[in-house]
Design a protein around this ligand. Structure first.
Ligand code: 13P
Ligand code: SF4
Length: 304
């Protein structure tokens, strides 16, 4: 795109956010041009907390639908805009409220921990939510021997290694993290023997077994900053390479696999953000009968 048009779009976005008292939030996987126009960037947990704390009337959420829903759950009086309403999360769609209700009917007293990568309707049936940043803390906070974790089977396997609780798992997964193989990681380790391997807990157990550090996306940015290592193999969605490099210009980052690219996280363009702000299009509003019970599970997590 012509750089003048690009700059023009950026200027209009800036002006509209001021005029309409709006704020732009962007997940760490969003394209660089979206991360650069955002007021706040972060991982799922940080963004949900920041969304609940802002004084803005409008939140433009550059991420995927479950994130915008979480913002709506926490801030019912604000207008939450998802510039591309079709930006979803395949993992979130791997569990339905009907499926979860059927499971609950068979296991009525077992608490349910649900990853924030889930629909509001599933959160509404959940005891407590978790993110990749706080999963171990959440699981250990529950006064129960057995729990069900949904929808990510890999996150559940990871949590099971950090607790002595019996964890039952839903069979969902992130198609991009789940596809990373130990062979791909070993190939990169061989090519870059001094690099530290950071992996996201959405990866399979056999990949996590090779990791030096297992953490959320923002956890990886902090690790890279604090570590004495100067090179890193990054076992998560490739969009994270941009904020990693930006925050650590003297260090080198290699993707564990360039195939780890989430299609939905790449949908929003600056023009979509501008359209959304101009027309207040793409509003995400969770209905009150779902929002109230979903809020309980999200709030329990935030208050931990
Ligand atoms: P975090 O940024 O919370 O680690 O989440 C990863 C993710 O898959 C978001 O969709
Ligand atoms: Fe969902 Fe995976 Fe994309 Fe995150 S990276 S939004 S978990 S599909």
């Amino acid at each position: 795109m012509n750089p003048n048009i690009k700059q023009d779009i950026k200027n209009k976005i800036k002006q509209l956010t001021k005029e309409k008292n709006a704020i732009i939030l962007a997940h760490n996987y969003e394209p660089p041009e979206i991360q650069d126009i955002a007021d706040l960037n972060g991982d799922s947990l940080e963004l949900s907390i920041k969304a609940s704390q802002t004084d803005a009337d409008i939140i433009v959420f550059c991420g995927v639908k479950f994130m915008a829903e979480t913002a709506s759950i926490l801030s019912p009086d604000k207008t939450i805009l998802l510039p591309r309403p079709d930006a979803g999360c395949p993992m979130a769609d791997m569990i339905t409220p009907e499926g979860l209700k059927a499971w609950m009917a068979k296991n009525p007293s077992m608490p349910i921990v649900t990853y924030v990568n889930s629909t509001a309707a599933v959160k509404a049936l959940t005891t407590i939510c978790c993110t990749s940043a706080n999963v171990v803390k959440v699981v250990n906070s529950l006064d129960a021997k057995e729990i069900l974790m949904t929808p990510d089977r890999n996150l559940a396997d990871y949590a099971a290694t950090k607790t002595n609780k019996i964890i039952h798992k839903w069979d969902g997964y992130c198609p991009f993290h789940d596809a990373l193989t130990p062979e791909q990681v070993l190939k990169q380790k061989k090519a870059y023997p001094d690099a530290l391997f950071m992996a996201h807990p959405e990866c399979r157990a056999e990949v996590l077994a090779l990791a030096d550090v297992i953490t959320s996306t923002s956890g990886m940015i902090r690790t890279a900053h604090e570590s004495e290592s100067t090179s890193f193999i990054v076992g998560t969605e490739v969009g994270l390479l941009y904020p990693l490099q930006k925050a650590n210009p003297d260090k080198t980052f290699y993707p564990a696999s360039i195939a780890m690219e989430c299609v939905d996280m790449k949908k929003i363009t600056p023009q979509d953000v501008l359209n959304s702000l101009e027309n207040l299009s793409g509003e995400v509003k969770v209905p009150e009968d779902i929002r109230i019970p979903a809020l309980q599970s999200v709030q329990r997590m935030i208050e931990l």
